[in-house]
Ligand binder design. Sequence first.
Ligand code: UD1
Length: 344
Amino acid sequence: MKVLVTGGTGYIGSHTVVELQKKGYEVVIIDNLSNSTKDVIYSIEKITGVLPEFHQFDLCDEKLTKDFFLKNKGIAGVIHFAAFKAVGESVEQPSKYYKNNLGSLINLMSYMNETQVKNLVFSSSCTVYGQPDVLPVNENAPFKKAFSPYGHTKQICEEIIEQTGKIFGFKTIALRYFNPIGAHESALIGEFPIGIPNNLIPFITQTAIGKRDYIRVFGKDYDTPDGTCIRDYIHVVDLALAHIIAFERMLNNKTKSSCEVFNLGTGNGFSVLEVINTFEKVSGIKLNYKIVDRRAGDIEKVWANTQFANEELGWNAKRGLDVMMLSAWKWEMALKEKVRKLFN
Ligand code: UD1
């Protein structure tokens, strides 16, 4: 059975392609490589023994999107990851984010509909909740005013999917990720930030390997036990597996409405300092860090109520913070080795 994965060479996309292939699905990837590289498909092949079919183009290009769907018949459904995701950049260049994240979704849904592809899994985010009033946050919590254009695009995309999906007669599932981290156990695929990382874990691993001098801990005056922000970190492989379950839920007609929404987290919150300590424990490396001012746009604390995903999807996040940090560290070391080989 053929599955289209947009953004399939990206961080979460590539891990999902691996799990789909392991279950025997035939995967077709569309990616414009704006934040990834083509060699990811060869790493996927090393892990699974199957080279995924790859098309490099931008889903914002309506003609190319139309041509793709007209030429590629027999797609059972789409898992849509392709989007820009840097919160800070979205504040500097909001139009870039609205055009890309909304434009690609609109084109995708239009031509899915024209060619009778009616199943869609969407990559959403806990950012849609803003700072929730109740923790752990469940799927019924209202959307709060978005903290960034990036977050706003996730809210709007969910609304587009709900409205358009109903009219087109689609089955749709939006998966709201908490903080995906870690890497595949093979250390052949992982998060590959271009330039200076924005996110905590790549910053930690790059500091540990000597690329960065120290980690800036953004704020120690939050209303949390140690004063640093709390997030619900989830292993990217656990996250990837939830996509396969969601996809099969649609194929097997198990969905209960045209647009379902699930939180994907572990249900456990960890502070920035707890994350740093865990990394130090599993890697045996002492990290340099400095407390600096709060980062604009950060929310204080968020973690998931995962009951709905656990019960309805029959899915549970299995990997703990130790495994997440160790896999991220192995991936960073593997990257260093790859670069060393390239230049020797
Ligand atoms: C944000 C978004 C999330 C999005 C992700 C992708 C929100 C609420 N979350 O996650 O939806 O998918 O970006 O980029 O908008 N930190 C440091 N030092 C650093 C980096 C981070 O102390 O150098 C702290 C942050 O203050 C935060 C935590 O680490 O408390 C996690 O930050 P990060 O990894 O950037 O993810 P979020 O901002 O939570």
